[in-house]
Design a protein. Structure first.
Length: 354
């Protein structure tokens, strides 16, 4: 048994040595019949050594590439689209940027920090995608190719026009939000001023409160003052940005009280009451207007479809044949009347006091 154990131990040691040698192969000097064969073998060995030395650098490059791709995927699609458009279509983008007057002012008022050229690049890219999608959708609906191209062109133009008007829409919505929160912000400032707090500290307090858009705008006013602008210039800039009669009245009252003196807390309380009274009056007018529109809405969404179906059935019975194709009837019932309902609801929603 001792001989067998010794033999097995020898085999285990031999296997360990064999594994160690296999993990680290030794390159021996090539053996060949001629000098050319030996030189060729030496070149192959040199190539293998070079590849082994370059392997760590390649792995590092691959890791950097994967990390870059992860960061790129995290970026918003609009930014990547703008970069692509600026890279491949810089000339048309710059021409459009120079031709669109007033876009930079609209972006500023809408509080959109995207540069003008990048926004134009995004506009162009989104419009191209919308045009191509419109063409494809029309083609899948078996519309003739010429009409499909026209639909694609209309999709491109419509999307471009919407993107151009989008900053103005955001600005108007933002002004409405500021006006809606203005009475609460004014009462907040007035209570602090009554307690002996300065006007700048009152603005800072409102900017840190949760009043929505008006807190953001007051925070911008504080930033302008910290960067060197005077209180009057910062407030005037806010007035020009909003371009609202109600906000302009508040700004003028504050500047007049600060310049000539006066009880600013009482003035702000009075302005807050005026805002609340105006909102109540607008709400009463809106309720009266909705009562009239509600009758039209019920007539267009309930009575009209019923009368339409009854008329089609009566005419078909008299003619002993369906007087309107089934496809047309389906389009009218499933698209036309619901579209009219959406238009009426949108009109009611737009008329809601802010």
């Amino acid at each position: 048994m001792g001989v067998i154990d010794g033999f097995l131990t020898f085999l285990e040691r031999l296997g360990g040595k064999t594994t160690e040698v296999a993990e680290k192969p030794i390159r021996r000097f090539p053996q060949g019949k001629t000098v050319q064969e030996r030189l060729r073998a030496l070149k192959e060995i040199q190539k293998e050594v070079t590849e082994e030395e370059a392997a760590p650098s390649r792995e590092k490059e691959i890791e950097e590439l994967l990390e870059w791709r992860k960061q790129e995927i995290k970026r918003p699609f609009s930014e990547r689209l703008a970069d692509a458009m600026l890279h491949y279509f810089r000339g048309p983008v710059e021409s459009l940027t120079n031709s669109l007057k007033g876009l930079d002012e609209d972006l500023f008022r809408a509080n959109i920090t995207t540069p003008k050229d990048r926004y134009v690049a995004t506009m162009l890219g989104v419009s191209i995608f919308a045009g191509l999608f419109s063409v494809l959708l029309a083609y899948l609906l078996y519309i003739p190719i010429t009409t499909s191209l026209l639909v694609g062109f209309l999709g491109f133009v419509g999307t471009f026009g919407y993107m151009r008007q989008y900053p103005k829409m955001v600005w108007k919505r933002r002004v409405a939000e500021v006006e809606r929160a203005m009475p609460y912000a004014l009462r907040h400032m007035a209570s602090l001023l009554s307690a002996g707090v300065g006007i700048s500290e009152a603005l800072l307090s409102v900017s840190k409160a949760d009043y929505g858009a008006i807190s953001e705008e007051f925070d911008l006013i504080i930033r302008d003052m910290r960067t060197g602008s005077s209180f009057e210039d910062a407030l005037t800039k806010f007035d020009e940005k909003m371009a609202s009669d109600s906000i302009s009245r508040v700004v003028k009252q504050i500047l007049r009280a600060v310049k000539f003196g006066g009880n600013l807390a009482d003035i702000l309380y009075k302005l807050a009451e005026d805002f609340s009274f105006e909102y109540r009056m607008k709400l009463m007018e809106y309720v009266q207007r909705v009562n009239g529109v509600a009758f039209i809405y019920m007539f267009m969404t309930i009575v009209m479809p019923t009368m339409f179906v009854v008329g089609i059935l009566a005419g078909s019975m008299m003619a002993q044949a369906l007087i309107m194709p089934t496809e047309t009837l389906a389009v009218v019932l499933l698209l036309a009347f619901p579209m009219i309902s959406l238009i009426i609801v949108n009109m009611i929603k737009k008329g809601e006091p802010r």
